[in-house]
Design a protein around this ligand. Structure first.
Ligand SMILES: NC(=O)c1ccc[n+]([C@@H]2O[C@H](COP(=O)([O-])OP(=O)(O)OC[C@H]3O[C@@H](n4cnc5c(N)ncnc54)[C@H](OP(=O)(O)O)[C@@H]3O)[C@@H](O)[C@H]2O)c1
Length: 278
């Protein structure tokens, strides 16, 4: 059952809070009564995003951290817990997208995306768990992807990082349950955010074209916080029809496999035509 008081008076950090899902989750946390440390790597971008939420007064705080830098993540998380007196939530949301043919990926590309999407989450968890263990409570919410439970062709780099996030988070969920800690994995699919023209380096390429059928980001944030309050482990957003696709994939459903083969064909055709992965 959704716990509407789960966030009231509690303190949380959201990484990648200046944009997309991170911004929407920050706003939704504020609506639900939390104190929110909005974390971003660009002081200008995070200040601008926090200013848009100034109606929530001093419950909106900012934090500068590049999640690929362990010292910054450690300092940011420990500093927040010291200032606020506790840390109830950590949303490891920051990350980059990545769709590209395997042949085009350099080893540097693999390292870049692993830093941004996997080491970032490891750094966050590594810093937050000792604090939460001392408190005897806390909830860590790591953002994976639908590509962290179903492997989309042409997303081997991205999918590697997101499967890593899913696996790690699920393990820790059971490992720390008796210590009062909770873990959730967010698996978004096609949410309307600026991610669609960003490369694995976080830079934007060409014009932003959000797919017509993309799910509204505010609805995604609300669903995420509802399911987190229910202590759900894997949270697929939106739930339908992705949950059925996931179950079908795990069970070796031929129809789901056919869709993945078709996606591979279409993406290769598009790539061979344009020579780019956007
Ligand atoms: N939208 C979807 O359909 C979808 C689907 C599956 C998974 N996801 C996941 O959801 C999460 C949020 O993505 P989004 O869709 O909201 O995209 P977004 O609007 O592009 O937001 C990504 C955020 O992550 C931040 N970020 C990236 N690298 C960072 C770094 N090294 N240090 C600190 N911040 C960094 C970005 O900061 P800058 O603005 O400074 O670059 C931005 O604030 C990501 O983990 C993504 O993989 C999204």
């Amino acid at each position: 059952m959704v716990d509407s008081a789960y966030y009231t008076g509690r303190t949380g950090i959201v990484t990648g809070a200046n944009s997309g899902i991170g911004y929407a989750v920050s706003e939704e946390l504020l609506k639900r009564g939390a104190v929110v440390y909005m974390a971003g790597r660009s002081p200008e971008k995070i200040a601008k995003a926090a200013a848009r939420l100034s109606a929530y007064g001093d419950r909106v705080r900012t934090l500068i951290m590049d999640v690929t830098k362990q010292e910054q993540v450690q300092k940011g998380i420990e500093g927040t817990a010291a200032e606020a007196g506790r840390l109830d939530f950590l949303f490891n949301n920051a990350g980059v997208g990545g769709t590209m043919p395997f042949e085009q990926a350099t080893l540097e590309d693999w390292k870049t995306i692993i830093d941004a999407n996997l080491w970032s989450v490891i750094y966050g968890v590594h810093a937050a768990v000792p604090i939460m263990l001392r408190q005897g409570s806390g909830h860590i919410v790591n953002t994976s992807s639908i590509a962290g439970i179903i492997p989309p062709p042409f997303q081997a780099l991205y999918s590697l990082t997101k499967y890593g996030v899913t696996g790690m988070t699920e393990c820790l969920r059971y490992e720390f349950a008796e210590k009062g800690l909770h873990f959730s994995t967010i698996c978004p699919a096609n949410i309307a955010t600026p991610i669609f023209n960003k490369g694995i380096d976080g830079r934007t390429y060409g014009e932003l074209k959000i797919p017509d059928d993309a799910y509204p980001v505010e609805k995604a944030a609300s669903l995420i916080l509802d399911r987190v309050s229910e202590w759900k482990g894997i949270i697929i957003v939106p739930e339908d029809p992705n949950t059925d696709a996931w179950k079908g994939y795990v069970l070796g459903d031929r129809a789901v496999e056919e869709r993945l083969y078709r996606m591979a064909h279409d993406r290769r055709e598009a790539f061979e035509k344009s020579g780019t992965y956007f």
